[in-house]
Structures are given as C-alpha cells and as structure tokens.
Design a binder for this molecule. Structure first.
Ligand code: NAP
Length: 325
C-alpha cells in the first residue's frame, strides 16, 4: 500500500457524492475504483464522469470488491450505521458522512465494528480538516485571543420541501439538528469540549422533524450560542470570542476561506486560507494518511470525538422531542 494509490469506492450517488468525487480527482495518490447505486444506469454514468473503472447496482457488490480499500458512504443518515458496519465487516476502511448516526447507541456499534475488524473508520467531518479551521485551532491553542469564553455559530438556509426532500423526510432522519445543527455543535465541541449543561428549543414541522433549533452550551467559563435552520437564513459567519480578542471565520464558516483576527476590538489581521477544491480533499488526505500509517482512527477527528458529539446531539434530540422510530 505504501507506494500504491488508495482505491476508493463510493455508495449513494446523490448531491454530496458528486461533490466528493470532484475533490477526489484532486488528490494525487487517490483513485476512484468503483461507484455503487441502487440504479445501475446512475452508477455507470457516475463511473464514467469520475473515471471509475467499475459500476455496481448494489452497495453490497461494492463491499465485496476485493480491490476497493476504502468506502465513502454518502447515503441519507438513517442508513449510515448499517452500511458502515457492513462495509467494515467486509474488511473495508470507511469514511461515513455526517451525522455519524441517528442515535448514540448506533454510533457506538459502528466504532466497535472498526475496532473488531481493525479497519480505519471516520465520520466525514470535513470542516475539521480545512486549512482555516486547522489554523484557527492552532492559534487559539497558543492563546492568541486568550481564553475562549463565547462562541456564536449557526447554519441556516431556506430549504424547499420539493427540492430538498431528504431534509424534510422523517424516515431519512430529516430536520435541521441532524443535517446542519451538527456543524455549530462541532465548532463548540472542538474548541471547548463537552459542555456542563445544554439548553435547546426547536420549532417543529407538522411531521415532527425540527425546522429550526436554537441551542446554548454552558461551560464552566464559556457559553456557545448556536442555531440551525432549514426555513430561515443568516450570515453564517462564526465568532469565537476570548478574553483578549476574537476571531471571525468568513462565511460560510464551515468551509471558511479565511478569517479575521481582532485583538482588543481592533482588527489585527485578515488571513486567507482557501480550501483545495470544494474542501473535501482535506478529509480525503487525512483518511489516506491514516490508512498508510495503519491507524484505525484519525487523531484530529477521533472515534471519541464523534462519540462525544453524538452524545451532545442525543441530549438535544431528547430535549426537543425528536424521534425517528
Ligand atoms: N459533508 C457535507 O458537506 C455534506 C453535504 C450534504 C450532505 N451531506 C450528508 O451526506 C448524506 C447524503 O446527503 P445528500 O445531500 O447527498 O443526499 P441525496 O442527494 O439525497 O443523495 C443520497 C443518496 O443516497 C442513496 N440512497 C440510499 N437509500 C436512499 C433512500 N432511502 N432515499 C434516498 N436516497 C437513498 C441514493 O443514491 P443511489 O440512488 O445512487 O443509491 C441517493 O442519491 C447525508 O447524510 C448528509 O448529511 C454532507
């Protein structure tokens, strides 16, 4: 494997699979070997578009392909757990889209399968790996804005029930919290860790999924004010406040191409750190490095990190009365 390209398989050929495959082409030592859809015509078209050698009409056939090293799971949330576990049982490394699962229990089963089969597994939290977020985390760790005591982050847009069906579909784990609420929660977690207390309120759809959810995460000496919505919009800048200054991640902050640094309310610097491609290439490179180093998890977005985040999401799910069963 050391000198060979890492061979990827992609399952669930929708919106994100196309964006991911575009970025995969930018990573030198990666190759798309196979694509699988429930519809063979779609798989063949996708394979042709992104230069994959093989197209399958079932996800299981791709799991059984001995040539594939790592499977990228790009299906709706409700299937992440079962499909990840199946792929891991087939000896594949797995990168699974966020949110990791619809319950903390399922997330635990997924990481257990990775340990049992000694195969790499990561939740596709691409924002963790983009250059601006990497740089901000390093600078904050070095104390550039003092102690972080305030975070404001959101993810909000006008979804359409006809064009964004998956988002409004309860069966597929729809709603704001699981689809996009995980991003502001991620930012708070990655900077401040597990909160002492969580308060969340939602406005629901008639089918009971959350249309918008507001969350406060309370820490010993910090608060995060977070929001997710599929029925309204915001500027999608994120502010990280500290005892000496603040950082503003450019909008949309979860794929920021840079940030501004303020010290004592004065603008000190404007930093530009664009992503490679759409921003997914950075998580792809991380997966490849881990596989080449025989790691079953990333040190930057570990199994425990995903489990902690899923526990926070589970608490909010309970508070706002979401249930997918
Ligand atoms: N990281 C990011 O930036 C990002 C962005 C968007 C979405 N996501 C995540 O990626 C996942 C997929 O989102 P998406 O926006 O790509 O969704 P999408 O456009 O609806 O595509 C999902 C694909 O999953 C497959 N699928 C399997 N079972 C399905 C079912 N019961 N109903 C519908 N589709 C089914 C379909 O592929 P086949 O027909 O080919 O089998 C479908 O095209 C979600 O978990 C989402 O949270 C991540």
């Amino acid at each position: 494997m050391k000198n060979q390209k890492i061979k990827w398989g992609i399952i669930g050929l929708g919106n994100i699979a196309n964006q991911f495959a575009t970025d995969l082409l930018l990573v030198e030592d990666a190759v798309l070997t196979a694509a699988a859809s429930r519809d063979i015509a779609k798989a063949e078209e996708f394979a042709q578009q992104y230069n994959a050698a093989k197209a399958y009409n079932s996800y299981e056939s791709l799991f059984a392909d001995a040539e594939v090293d790592i499977v990228y799971i790009a299906t709706p949330h409700d299937s992440h757990a079962e499909l990840s576990i199946k792929a891991l049982e087939n000896g594949k490394h797995v990168l699974c889209e966020k949110p990791i699962a619809l319950s903390h229990k399922d997330a635990e089963r997924m990481f257990e399968a990775s340990r049992k089969h000694n195969t790499f597994f990561m939740e596709a939290f691409w924002t963790r790996f983009i250059p601006s977020v990497q740089d901000v985390l390093e600078k904050i760790n070095n104390g550039i804005i003092g102690n972080v005591n305030y975070i404001k982050a959101d993810f909000a847009f006008h979804g359409s029930e006809t064009e964004n069906k998956r988002l409004f579909d309860k069966e597929l784990g729809g709603g704001a919290l699981f689809d996009i609420g995980v991003y502001p929660l991620f930012l708070s977690y990655v900077l401040l860790g597990n909160p002492k207390e969580i308060i969340a309120k939602a406005i629901k759809h008639k089918n009971d999924i959350d249309l918008q959810t507001s969350m406060i995460l309370q820490y010993e000496s910090a608060q995060s004010v977070l929001h997710a919505s599929i029925v309204s919009e915001s500027d999608m800048k994120a502010v990280i406040g500290g005892t000496k200054g603040r950082i503003e991640l450019n909008a949309p902050w979860f794929v920021a191409d840079g940030y501004s640094l303020f010290i004592n309310e004065e603008k000190e610097a404007v930093i530009s750190l664009p992503t490679l491609g759409k921003g997914y290439s950075h998580e792809i490179i991380e997966c490849q490095n881990c596989i080449r180093n025989n790691q079953i998890e990333s040190k930057l977005w570990s199994h425990q990190n995903s489990l902690d985040l899923s526990k926070i999401v589970e608490e909010i799910k309970t508070q706002i009365g979401l249930s997918f069963v």
